[in-house]
Design a binder for this molecule. Structure first.
Ligand code: GDP
Length: 221
């Protein structure tokens, strides 16, 4: 069970309970579940803190954290559902980490075979969250991914993970560097920490907006 913090237009914070459940793992477009609800995709280099971020958002360990970078080889779909509701409200989609140096050819093959088709053709995909570690500089692959997303006119946001690892001065410098390298505005980067929960409410509010859940709609249920 995860608590989704919703802030209404009046600034009042409401909390709505969502449960997150694993739906499917796919290593082939044939195994993607039917496109039925809005989807948020999570992307980032191996070890960027993607599993920790997903688990922190939903308040349970649905995404596997691992010390073996590049281990998640599948696209994993999770549904977010409110109790007693017959249908999920939206999906979280955990894409395989990229840039694991030991298996570069395998990674590129995987990208063209099922990750690229997912990102390009999935009609229910509403937002890509691109994770970049604020404690190390952004990599070429992060730049390429952003270029690719812009080229294909995908909605994306950049999340700066592990913000608890740097001081506030270092964070400012890091956000400037990331913004320059990725050709975005620093305001388009959400600092996040799975440990301190920095950025948790802001990220939820952006996800909520992307999937079309408003605080008002919640009240009417
Ligand atoms: P993934 O490979 O992208 O799924 O990354 P994981 O979530 O498995 O995290 C990789 C490593 O970074 C693990 O050792 C985590 O404990 C650590 N990590 C992840 N998020 C944070 C964070 O917010 N703060 C700190 N200090 N460490 C983190």
């Amino acid at each position: 069970m995860g608590l989704l913090a919703l802030s209404s237009p009046s600034g009042h914070i409401e909390q709505v309970i969502f449960s997150a459940h694993f739906v499917a793992s796919a290593a082939d477009p044939k195994h993607f579940p039917a496109s039925s609800v809005p989807e948020i995709a999570f992307l980032g280099r191996s070890n960027v803190g993607k599993s920790s971020l997903i688990n922190a958002l939903v308040g349970s360990k649905i995404a596997k954290t691992s010390n073996t970078p590049g281990r998640t080889q599948t696209i994993n779909f999770f549904e977010l559902r409110r109790p007693a509701k017959p249908h999920p409200e939206f999906f979280f989609v955990d894409l395989p980490g990229y840039g694991y140096a030991r298996v570069p050819t395998e990674i590129s093959a995987r990208w063209s075979f099922f990750i690229d088709p997912y990102l390009k053709s999935r009609s229910s995909l509403v937002l890509c969250l691109v994770l970049v570690d604020v404690s190390i500089s952004p990599q070429k692959l992060d730049e390429q991914l952003l270029e690719w997303l812009r080229h294909h006119k995908k909605s994306y946001l950049v999340v700066g993970t592990k913000s608890d690892r740097v001081s506030s001065n270092q964070l400012r410098n890091s956000l400037t560097t990331i913004a320059e390298r990725l050709q975005i505005d620093t305001r388009e980067i959400i600092p996040f920490s799975a440990k301190s929960r920095t950025g948790h409410a802001q990220l939820w509010s952006l996800i909520r907006a992307a999937v079309g859940i408003t605080a008002t709609a919640q009240k009417q249920d």
